[in-house]
Write a protein that binds this ligand. Structure first.
Ligand code: A2P
Length: 279
């Protein structure tokens, strides 16, 4: 229920872009929140930008559309605004989301990303996804799609880790050249959950530079980190289940950072990921 409440508060606050995925196991709550807000007359469906994701076990082309249809059924929506390939590698198809062998090793699956992409294009043609994109793709993987013979639609976006400690300068430049929007996940430096986060990297929001700049504008380090990203053209998807912080993370449109401050924050880049995705 916390996801349902948080999405409703977010919509009331003004958020319109909602980043979800089948593997978050809360799409039913997200869909319910959106539908309740539509029923209240607070928003129309077209005001919302919902992003869903194709999981690793569903890369074979014949699974792509049925997987998206399942997501739509869970959401109880007719379409998603954006559907993205969550990761550039595949797991063995089946009911296990993280399939492992008897030694505990992940069971991968050989698939052709270009064939998966063609199935994504068909979802767009069928009106089930308004736009299609990718996530966690590096330059080489993006180029595989961009150079695919007969490419019908380019990925509109690539969702990757991006924040002041991991600024992705080269990927950002490459994506800019190809009109691919970078959507930055973990824009606040993650929840530092040791089960999936490299916590040896220091907490982003404790950074002295972010805090000092925040003081000048009467903003928090979180607001400065988010403002930095949007000001360099990176879309941010901060996560919070706390009403006060949900509102705080939206109060970033009433100030701007100077060029000098942007450079200072860019210089914080450590080229170290919090989310190592070791699988
Ligand atoms: P909470 O849900 O309790 O607010 P990211 O978006 O980088 O993945 O970071 C998410 C983490 O940051 C969550 O643990 C979230 O906790 C916390 N968080 C979200 N907004 C703020 C904020 N404004 N200040 C401090 N921590 C925040």
């Amino acid at each position: 229920g916390s996801c349902l409440e948080s999405v409703k508060i977010a919509i009331d606050t003004g958020y319109r872009h909602i980043d979800g995925a089948f593997v978050y196991y809360n799409e039913h709550e997200v869909g319910q929140a959106i539908r309740e807000k539509i029923a209240e007359g607070k928003i129309k469906r077209e005001d919302i930008f919902y992003c869903g994701k194709l999981w690793n076990t569903c890369h074979p082309p014949e699974l792509v559309r049925p997987t998206l249809e399942k997501t739509l059924k869970i959401l109880q929506l007719d379409y998603v605004d954006l559907y993205i390939i969550e990761l550039p590698m595949a797991f063995k198809p089946g009911d296990a989301i993280y399939p492992r062998d008897e030694n505990g090793k992940f069971i991968y699956h050989e698939t052709d990303l270009c064939a998966t992409w063609e199935a994504m294009e068909a979802c767009k043609d069928a009106g089930l996804a308004k736009s299609i994109g990718v996530s966690n793709f590096n330059r080489r993987q993006l180029e595989m799609i961009l150079n695919k013979p007969g490419l019908k639609y380019k990925p509109v976006s690539n969702q990757v880790e991006c924040h002041p400690y991991f600024t992705q300068p080269k990927l950002l430049e490459f994506c800019r050249q190809h009109d691919i929007v970078i959507v930055g996940y973990s824009p606040l430096g993650t929840s530092r959950d040791e089960s999936w986060v490299n916590v040896s990297s220091p907490p982003l929001l404790k950074d002295p530079v972010l805090n000092a700049i925040g003081k000048k504008y009467n903003k928090t380090a979180a607001q400065v980190a988010l403002r930095f990203s949007i000001q360099r053209g990176v879309v941010v998807i901060p996560k919070s289940f706390n009403p006060q912080r949900i509102r705080e993370n939206f109060q970033i449109f009433d100030f701007s950072l100077t060029e000098k401050e942007m450079k200072e924050i860019e210089a914080l880049n450590k080229n170290v990921r919090y989310v190592e995705l070791l699988m």
